[in-house]
Write a protein that binds this ligand. Sequence first.
Ligand code: TRP
Length: 452
Amino acid sequence: MSEYTARRRDRESWGSRAGFIMAAAGSAVGLGNIWKFPYMAGGNGGGAFLLLYLACVVIFGLSLVIAELVIGRMAQRTPVAAFRQIAGRAWPLVGALAITTAFVILSFYIVVAGWTIAYMVFEVGGQVASTDGDHLEAVFNGLVGNTWQPIGYAALFMIATAAVVLGGIGHGIERASKILMPALFLLLIALAIRALTLPGAAEGIEFFLVPDLSRVTGATVTAAIGQAFFSLSLGMGAMITYGSYMSRDQNLPADALAVVGLDTLIALLAGLMVIPAMFAAGMTPGDGGAGTTFMVLPAVFAAMPAGPVFGFGFFLLLAVAALTSSVSLLEAVVCYLVDETRLTRRRATGAAAIVCFVLAIPSSLSFGLWSEAQLFGKSFFNLLDYLATSIALPLGGLLTALCLGWVVGPRAIEALRDDDCPAPRWARLWLFVLRYVVPIGIGWILIQGIIG
Ligand code: TRP
């Protein structure tokens, strides 16, 4: 019996195939799809962004999701230890970059997740029961411009995340995702249909679906790749952790495809729901920035029968989707601290949550009190987002590809197959993509982004 099999024995595995897919998709599907994707697409040329985004998902995303899952399943360890075991000494640095990135993302993620809680309250209280764009914009700006309220909601969300992480890599999460993710999916379909049939929506559909390549700039490409990585939870080892709970009889490529497909489908649905509604409300795409989804959707709910019920349900499910994502971010940080320091899990979770919350405060204030303070032309929030999403995640992906493509090499193909099947025929193509296409492609995009 190989050492590999022996180690696997005492590691918890996923309850079922659907359980794994739901949990990994739970990490991937979150604010990235529903809050971030629509305003990134809106602000970066609509259809042109969509096209680049899909290209990034297919070329880099899919091969790297498979790569991270393979690393996790091979090593059966958390990311830093996995890199060390597979690739030797220098690679833990990749892990350290990954953990820092997870930390930074979590710090601004909880700010936005806090807004979703606030909007649950607004839907119940009737503050946003209106189709008047100016009113909805004022409500959003009132919330984020307030000093303490959004920080309070972010704290609440951080506490919820820490509570789930303390419960362990929960069967709880697995079970809850199985019910809530399909519910979110159905609700999104209903909302997209309503948005698409609003008067004035047609122009938005065209803007979102028909690429106008004259709008593509270096910045569009950087935004698209960053968004693809952010949405797929790629580039910082989150998927390595999920892979480490996969067993050898699971069909890894098929499962990876399911996760990538679900994530992309949900981003598309969110785009079809928010962008047409934005046009219907007479908003210029790109104007709403980080507030877009929050300013536009309440008008869609208000145009539906039982609007507040839909509105409340939507923000509740969005908060839950955000929770399954934030848990995967905090989990990455906690695993690292437990593996690499002498902290207990409890202490590590508490410490990470507190430091993360402190870092969230300036992010939150950068929408109000500190909105004037700009660095490199960006607010604190946007700067953290840019550095983590558009630089660190693609860089992490590039290093992962180099590690698997060159250091592990053909052994990776062996690790890709499951117990009873030979390696798929396209496995060599996959290795080729990891060796050449990903490093050169991402390297080029990063350089463009930095010079541009
Ligand atoms: N993918 C999640 C979203 O779209 C966010 C997320 C969770 C993430 N874990 C991650 C992003 C790891 C990058 C890396 O909302």
